[in-house]
Design a protein around this ligand. Structure first.
Ligand SMILES: Nc1ncnc2c1ncn2[C@@H]1O[C@H](COP(=O)(O)OP(=O)(O)O)[C@@H](O)[C@H]1O
Ligand SMILES: O=C(CO)[C@@H](O)[C@H](O)COP(=O)(O)O
Length: 463
């Protein structure tokens, strides 16, 4: 029997690095590894590199091709010898909110900004972090020779040719890239940093960008959400909801979003199409906080929330733990309203999960509203999707069934598919069987979402 060919897909996301060894022909996952990342919104890229090495040590030698997908937007400043100049600032670091407003102004206001760089910049976008660094740490800015994204940096560490490369998907989250032109807008990076940094070469979808030292083909990699869309085989009309550190709602599209309201990020995907997306800063860690406060594990927290009443006895939770991006409230904190003397543990857990579900519904409504159509399938993925309470409560708040694809780690699976694509040299990604899954249904609870919006309007009028 001929030897099987394997490819390696990596997801270097906010909380951890996950690696899947996958059969190139079928997409069947044969091995899974994981290594933790440090917490915080500022991380030394060396820690990601160490996690990548740990998670892939015994898998990389078995792979004919490899691809790294990574958390989007993070600013990795590289010096003369390609060494990180300072810790990376992550997508969920809101310190550059003021610079985001300034950049939007400089680009001619929201409408022009959306046309020029695909999205209205918020603090997540890399360009705003460059401007923050120039203003607050001029020495770090001065020492910077090249700017990379997390996945570009990790791909560079694997590349025997030492070339810095990125893809259009992750590039589209920098705010110094034009999705309409599919090209960098280097003058934005230059103005933000105070001098022109080297930017990675933009690889085309499916391109083999080099080889590892062991001889495996290296794909360009991509942003984690683009990886998930590729891993899911997202079809027009499908909505993918990802419940990781962030909560994301995304669809695939044939043209850039250019949403001047700022609700929808106008990203590229990893296949040459586009990926309109709404992202919140507060995903699964909202449930982590809930279970810490109640002193229970994930299972018990889920059971408590399911035992609470729909509407949580009037308690309403705005889950903006780390500021928020959808809606754009970078300085917000979380708020619990409607608390009465007999608030039970069950209803407290319920309020936390309902608040999270409402914030996901808001993100999804914005993306679907922008697409102008009715959604087809709604797919739920990511670590937080394992919570039964979240599945059921979200289905109720959305008022529609949710599909739970039965595979896990779609970002790493998408990266593996990109690696197999680069290995094949074909025009299109390999056809792998779509993941089957369970459908979750629950009675519609429009009143829960209405109560959430009313409370939000009281706390943040006009948000
Ligand atoms: N059964 C569960 N219930 C609720 N949350 C969960 C469960 N399993 C994992 N999570 C949460 O999922 C998150 C990690 O998801 P993941 O998609 O890996 O994040 P990221 O890609 O941002 O690193 C963590 O906050 C973790 O606590
Ligand atoms: O900022 C965004 C998308 O614009 C986030 O979705 C990051 O890409 C981080 O993703 P996760 O770690 O939550 O998967």
């Amino acid at each position: 029997m001929p030897e099987k060919t394997y490819v390696l897909g990596v997801d270097s996301s906010t909380q951890s690095c996950k690696a899947l060894l996958v059969e190139a022909e079928t997409g069947r996952v044969v091995e899974t590894r994981r290594a933790d990342h440090p917490g915080g919104t500022e991380v030394d890229p060396a820690a990601w590199r160490a996690a990548l090495e740990e998670a892939t040590a015994d898998l990389l030698p078995r792979a004919a091709a490899v691809s790294v997908a990574g958390q989007q937007h993070g600013m990795v400043l590289l010096g003369e010898r390609r060494e990180p100049v300072r810790p990376a600032l992550l997508w969920n670091d809101t310190r550059s909110a003021h610079e985001a407003e300034e950049l939007t102004e400089r680009l001619g206001g929201p409408e022009r900004a959306a046309r020029r760089v695909g999205s209205v910049p918020v603090a997540s976008y890399t360009a705003t972090k460059l401007a923050w660094t120039r203003r607050n740490e001029p020495e770090s800015a001065r020492r910077t020779r090249a700017v990379a994204l997390p996945h570009d940096y990790l791909t560079l560490t694997l590349n025997a040719d030492d070339e810095l490369v990125t893809d259009h998907g992750d590039a589209s989250g920098t705010a110094y890239y034009s999705p309409a032109d599919r090209a960098w807008v280097p003058e934005i990076a230059e103005e933000a940093l105070g001098h022109a940094p080297r930017l990675p070469r933009l690889a085309e979808p499916g391109e083999a960008v080099g080889r590892t030292r062991g001889g495996a083909v290296l794909a360009a990699g991509t942003g984690d959400n683009m990886g998930a869309a590729l891993g899911l085989g997202l079809r027009p009309g499908d909505v993918a909801l990802s419940m990781g550190t962030s909560a994301v709602a995304m669809m695939v599209a044939d043209s850039p979003a250019e949403d001047s309201s700022g609700s929808v990020s106008g990203f590229c995907d990893a296949t040459g199409r586009y990926l309109p997306l709404a992202c919140t800063l507060n995903g699964a860690p909202v449930m982590d906080l809930g279970r810490r406060l109640l002193g229970v594990g994930q299972e018990e927290f889920s059971e408590l929330a399911l035992a609470g009443e729909p509407g949580a006895g009037g308690a309403v939770f705005l889950p903006y733990l780390n500021g928020e991006r959808t809606p754009n409230l970078p300085d917000a904190t979380a708020q619990l309203g409607g608390v009465v003397g007999d608030l039970s543990r069950e209803n407290l857990a319920r309020a936390v999960v309902e608040g999270l579900a409402c914030s996901v519904r808001e993100a999804m409504d914005r993306v679907v509203g922008h697409s102008g159509g009715e959604p087809g399938r709604v797919l739920l993925i990511g670590g937080g999707a394992r919570s039964r309470a979240f599945q059921r409560i979200l289905a109720g708040v959305l008022g529609r069934p949710l599909e739970l694809p039965d595979a896990e780690e779609f970002v790493a699976l998408g990266a593996a598919r990109q690696a197999a694509w680069a290995l094949s040299g074909d025009e299109e990604p390999p056809r792998w069987a779509a993941a089957e899954g369970e459908t979750v249904e629950a009675p519609a609870r429009p009143e829960v979402f209405e109560a959430y919006l009313r409370f939000r309007e009281t706390m943040h009028p006009g948000a």
